[in-house]
Design a protein around this ligand. Structure first.
Ligand code: SF4
Length: 474
């Protein structure tokens, strides 16, 4: 048992050890665990949590926490409900996800109340995980989603004791999907988020790009990279495209297909080495910690923590790490298509050059097709004062041409006269993490509405205005 475990948390702010570790620059490790199935009874759930907590606290690393995630779309326990079974003295050390899928704002508020009652103050709201059953427009429309930006605002209003996290998908390869993800992150910071956790992925270039983007703006929020320890089953699921939101290049796919031909011991050894290189690389790229998914039982957790300790000891120099990482990856191209977009030059060649901060690359000019330009011209002529009109004034023509849903507050003129509420999930504040590689929506199978809004804004030379525009219209 290490020293910090003996401290008892009585005050939710000064005693929030997860927050203290992050804010004092200590490297944190989150071990991810999903809520159990609904059938598991409460006592068994509590015993499971105690077992997992013992495994991480008796391991070789300090500043280790559980990250308890929801399983939206399945009638499992809610993460907040489940985490309330954690031993009371250590709740400030752990992190709980709060998914808005299938939850109205009122239901989210109930979860927030429950978290507060249980002294669970480290919360990461998510909205964009599209549950299995919602992959068609029809099913999506039957489901209610509360967007993470709204949940962050509710948490901020509720109590300053909450220490909230923002999720971001940095593994984007079109300019609008990439900037859309960064812009949404800015909104989350403006809505009170105090740290970020990335979506899972392998492309270290994109992790460094995110770090550079924030450093270039003097934004030193703690950053946690979510990394996946692969099993053969998980690898097969990802390769066959069954894991939504995880992007994979042809090169990476080929590499994993080769690894799948190894025997189990060899396969595991390669995954462990990849994880070691990723963890140590994240620290050298300026990340404040990692969140590991795939370590789902106490003995594996213990093994992974030992692995992380050895990785952090092995690499303390960026150049040495880079050489080993490049040799391990054998020049595997991580971008999923040829004309992928990177925001900076010479990524993954050097640490952040503070003496000569990198310029962002120009985004290639957007040139919408003629019908799109004509459509924009008509909409801007007809609805240029939409943001000053009463919601009740929405007519059929406005609905037909803009997708207007008659919100109390209208942002059509700022959104190229395209209503963001036409997102099948009703996510008005920006692109979700599940957007496809080419910027299309996995539900509607058309261009993601936020991707389109940013593309049109770029054509109108107004892209910069989109960054901080919170559009909670309803
Ligand atoms: S329209 Fe965009 S933000 Fe909405 S669900 Fe589709 S991909 Fe996600």
């Amino acid at each position: 048992m290490n020293e910090t475990q003996l401290e008892i948390n009585l005050d939710p702010v000064s005693g929030n050890r997860f927050r203290q570790a992050l804010e004092s620059g200590r490297f944190v490790t989150l071990i991810e665990t999903q809520v159990p199935a609904a059938e598991m009874d409460k006592e068994a759930g509590i015993r499971r949590l105690e077992m997992l907590e013992n495994a991480i606290f008796s391991g070789p690393l300090e500043n280790v926490s559980l990250a308890i995630t929801d399983n939206p779309g399945r009638p499992d326990w809610k993460a907040v409900e489940y985490a309330s079974g954690l031993p009371a003295a250590n709740r400030d050390r752990h992190v709980v996800y709060l998914s808005g899928a299938n939850l109205s704002k009122e239901a989210v508020l109930e979860q927030i109340q429950m978290a507060e009652n249980a002294n669970l103050y480290n919360i990461i709201p998510v909205s964009g995980d599209i549950p299995e059953k919602c992959r068609t427009l029809k099913e999506c429309r039957k489901t209610v989603f509360t967007e993470s930006v709204s949940t962050l605002n509710m948490l901020k209003t509720r109590s300053s004791d909450f220490f909230t996290g923002a999720t971001v998908n940095p593994f984007q390869y079109t300019p609008y999907a990439l900037l859309g993800s960064y812009y949404k992150l800015m909104k989350k910071f403006n809505s009170g988020a105090g740290f970020l956790v990335t979506q899972a992925g392998w492309d270290m270039l994109k992790l460094q790009s995110l770090a550079w983007y924030l450093t270039g703006r003097d934004m030193y929020y703690p950053k946690i990279a979510r990394l996946t320890l692969l099993s053969p089953e998980k690898t097969e699921s990802i390769i066959s495209g069954n894991t939504l939101g995880i992007k994979m290049s042809k090169g990476m796919k080929k590499l994993l297909e080769t690894e799948l031909t190894y025997n189990r011991a060899q396969f595991d050894a390669v995954q462990y080495r990849r994880l070691e290189l990723q963890v140590s690389g994240c620290r050298l790229l300026g990340f404040s910690g990692v969140q590991i998914c795939g370590a789902d039982n106490p003995s594996k957790m213990d093994f992974i923590l030992k692995l992380i300790r050895s990785a952090l000891n092995e690499f303390t120099s960026f150049d040495v790490w880079l050489e080993k990482y490049n040799a391990f990856m054998a020049s595997t191209e991580m971008a999923p298509f040829e004309h992928n977009f990177h925001l900076f030059d010479r990524i993954l060649h050097r640490p952040y050059p503070f003496d000569a901060p990198p310029e962002t690359r120009e985004i290639p000019p957007a040139d919408p097709a003629l019908p799109e330009k004509i459509g924009y011209g008509i909409r801007s002529f007809l609805f240029r004062h939409a943001d000053r009109q009463r919601a009740a004034n929405a007519g059929h023509l406005k609905t037909l041409l803009t997708g207007c849903r008659g919100c109390d507050t209208c942002y059509l003129p700022q959104k190229s006269y395209i209503c963001p509420l036409t997102c099948p999930l009703g996510l008005v504040n920006g692109i979700c993490g599940s957007v496809d590689l080419d910027g299309s929506c996995p539900v509607s199978k058309q261009e993601c509405i936020h991707h389109r809004i940013l593309r049109m804004a770029h054509w109108r030379k107004r892209l910069h205005e989109q960054e901080n525009m919170i559009t909670d219209g309803k």
